[in-house]
Design a protein around this ligand. Structure first.
Ligand code: ADP
Ligand code: MG
Length: 697
């Protein structure tokens, strides 16, 4: 079975047109809901329900309330002139009222509501001239068909060209295709949580018998969310097992180079740095392959930990590589690492997309000979023609945007290469489990001593003139500042123009040669040159779009001004603020906002003012915005969960992870009865990646 998708699931993966009532046009329109196959419909759950419980009469209904009532049709009243509605008088048990049609062919109305017949009608009621009326009922049913209208009608998310009726029908058709499956959830867990079996859960979720069944806390929803999270965690656990099974190299080292570096440092490592370095060296020394995440807020000192790991690789007789997401950061790493590497007598080089021709060739040759021991660079370091003499460790910096499969591809540059991923974006635990569940994690939760915390203040843009005046006196004292321009428009060009505008204003106010500008549209050389002049203290103010967001280190910069701060994500503000407070002087971060702030805008900026703990900020961000937004789902490597709500069901994620790991410990190849059932789940959830891992394992 590991060969292919089980036959019983085929209909769920067929084209949408195979469903009764779904034509090619509707099938196409469903793409707007990210629905491509019948199975996607199963996990597209209603957002709410409409109460369509029957009553005897509209009497006593509130205006705007949905009423479902059986009536007798007593009179048709065609519009006497154009623009007036067609009215049909009906009688329920207690009262006569009117059904009103502003559009719709009279023939159709007559056919739907034949004089003298009984009908079930359901829709919102209004008052008109002191009488109830129901404009355009949602449902008009013959009494014998009344059973097709559920008491609680599910309300699905919609897209252009997809109506509620289409959704209800398509989902019902899909549910009929769901095969009988064996339970994949652990029996004890299911009993403890009181979860229904899979098909009952689908039934309750799609045909709710009350409003409660729509809640994220309902057993049916919890179960389906768990199915999703669990399949994801099994995938990660399989990836993890595979990486660990893949024989690593035993990078045994004598610590000589590292000792030299530590001796050359002007400080001693923090406890958190020590712990991370020990964990990494242990991992690297073990015959298993390392697959570790180093998470640390900006300024927590990840670079030293990275260097220490690279030196383990070198001490063991091999090479190490560190990849940064941008040219600027790669250069900065080079500058930070080179003096220390030199202290240890280790050869360190830079390779980026800008290396061309003869120079590049010479570097590649040195690398292939093993003359370069540590390589720092951009994506260029993993290009096909880059050959390492003996690569032992690959570090990926600031790449929280990497997915599982990319991470695995990266390790292919050498046999049994240890992998360390570093991220400066603290993320809440539930999300880190979702995203990095396949890795072991080290957290730098201790800041190096001697930092003065950054003082953060909020200010309305109305006070821009004051702000500039203050900045002037600060720069007169030789202080340096970042000025981050708003990201308001969709287009980079518009943002660039805003930045250029601000640049002109500041240059006029602060002095010609003192202000520089960097933005995403500049040629890289010009950008680097400006950054370099700022770092060297030639420029006092750097006006920038968010290109400075990640990693840039200019210790003398002690002022950060962020314009239209309400437009930025909390994580981003935190990253930006982390650019200052790196030196000995007290630093300031000024968040400028455009009044009036929305309530959540105010709350977000207040959090920034009140804490500089990246993990706390991340938790708050998640609470305010939701998981997809926090990570930017598309680029995060995090799958789209259709049912699971990481915010409200975060405990489920942790549960799913430990369950998945436990299952694979007992049954690494998924061959037990439960294991076989889990395979069906993996197929059902489209986790083909995981299936491939079992087949190769
Ligand atoms: P990160 O990459 O985690 O944002 P860095 O590694 O760039 O942080 O470190 C930030 C600054 O702190 C650097 O200037 C570095 O030299 C310094 N630093 C690192 N570790 C310590 C420490 N244990 N004590 C004092 N300063 C440290
Ligand atoms: Mg860094």
């Amino acid at each position: 079975m590991s060969g292919g998708r089980p036959d019983i699931l085929f209909p769920l993966f067929a084209g949408l047109e195979t469903l009764t009532g779904v034509g090619p046009k509707t099938a196409k329109a469903m793409a707007g809901l990210n629905v491509e196959r019948p199975r996607d419909l199963l996990f597209t759950l209603p957002n709410s329900v409409i109460d369509r419980r029957r009553r005897d009469t509209v009497q006593g209904a509130h205006i705007g309330e949905v009423v479902t009532v059986e009536v007798t049709v007593v009179r048709h009243q065609k519009p006497s002139r154009k623009g007036l509605p067609y009215r049909v008088t009906v009688e329920d048990d207690a009262l006569a009222f009117q059904l009103v049609f502003f559009r719709g062919a009279p023939d159709w109305i007559e056919k739907q509501l034949p004089l003298g017949e009984r009908r079930l009608v359901s829709g919102k009621v209004e008052m008109y001239d002191g009488q109830f009326q129901m404009p355009h009922p949602d449902h008009i049913l013959a009494v014998e068909d009344a059973g097709t209208l559920p008491k609680f009608e599910p309300v699905y998310p919609l897209a252009a060209g997809v109506t509620q009726k289409v959704m209800v029908k398509a989902v019902a058709a899909t549910r009929a295709l769901v095969p009988v499956v064996n339970e994949w959830i652990d029996a004890n867990l299911r009993a403890r949580e009181g979860w229904p079996d899979f098909s009952t859960a689908l039934e309750q979720a799609h045909v709710p018998l009350s409003g409660h069944e729509i809640a994220a806390t309902s057993p049916a929803r919890q179960r389906l969310a768990y199915d999703e999270l669990f399949s994801h965690q099994v995938t990660l656990a399989l990836a993890r097992a595979q990486v660990r099974r893949a024989k690593g190299r035993q990078n045994t080292s004598n610590g000589a180079l590292r000792a030299r570096v530590l001796a050359a440092l002007p400080f001693t490592p923090t406890g958190a740095q020590e712990r991370a370095m020990v964990a990494i060296a242990d991992d690297m020394a073990s015959p298993k392959r390392m697959n570790r995440l180093l998470m640390g807020d900006v300024g927590s000192g990840k670079t030293l930990v990275a260097l220490d790991a690279l030196l383990v690789a070198v001490e063991a007789g091999g090479q190490g590589v560190m990849m940064a997401p941008t040219e600027i950061l790669a250069r900065q790493h080079l500058e930070g690492l080179r003096p220390l590497a030199e202290a240890a007598g280790v050869v360190l080089e830079l390779l980026t997309g800008r290396d061309k021709g003869r120079e590049r060739k010479a570097k590649l040759e040195a690398l292939a000979r093993g003359d370069i021991q540590i390589l720092v660079g951009t994506h260029a370091v993993f290009q096909d023609d880059v050959i390492y003499h003996d690569l032992r460790l690959a570090i990926v910096d600031e790449q929280h945007r990497f997915g599982v499969s990319q991470r695995m591809a990266l390790a292919k540059k050498g046999s049994g290469v240890d992998v360390l991923v570093m991220t400066a974006t603290p993320i809440p635990r539930s999300l880190s489990l979702a995203q990095f569940g396949d890795m072991d994690v080290s957290i730098l939760d201790e800041k190096p001593p001697g930092r003065t915390p950054v003082k953060t203040a909020l200010n309305s843009t109305e006070r821009l003139a004051d702000v500039i005046a203050h900045l002037k006196s600060a720069t007169d004292e030789g202080r340096q500042a970042y000025w981050v321009c708003p990201l308001v428009e969709e287009s980079e060009v518009v943002d660039m123009m805003a930045a250029e505008e601000r640049f002109k204003v500041l240059r006029a106010a602060l002095g010609e040669g003192r202000v520089g500008l960097v933005h995403g549209q500049m040629p890289p050389e010009a950008k680097d040159d400006t950054m370099r002049r700022f770092a060297a203290g030639e420029l006092l103010v750097l006006v920038a779009t968010t290109v400075i967001e990640v990693g840039v280190n200019v210790p003398n910069a002690s002022i950060m001004v962020i314009e239209r701060a309400e437009h930025f994500g909390l994580a981003q503000l935190h990253q930006l603020r982390g650019r200052v407070g790196r030196g000995a002087v007290a630093s300031t971060c000024l968040l400028l906002y455009q009044a009036p702030l929305t309530q959540s805008g105010r709350r977000r900026l207040d959090i920034m003012r009140d804490t500089d703990d990246g993990f706390r900020i991340a938790e708050e961000d998640l609470a305010i915005r939701g998981a997809g937004d926090v990570l930017g789902t598309a680029q995060s490597g995090l799958p789209r969960f259709r049912v699971a709500d990481l915010e409200r069901q975060s405990a489920l994620m942790a549960l799913a992870q430990s369950d998945a790991r436990a299952l694979l410990t007992l049954d690494p190849k998924l061959e037990s009865p439960r294991g076989v059932a889990v395979r069906v789940l993996l197929w059902l959830m489209g986790r083909d990646e995981a299936i491939r891992l079992i087949s190769v394992g």
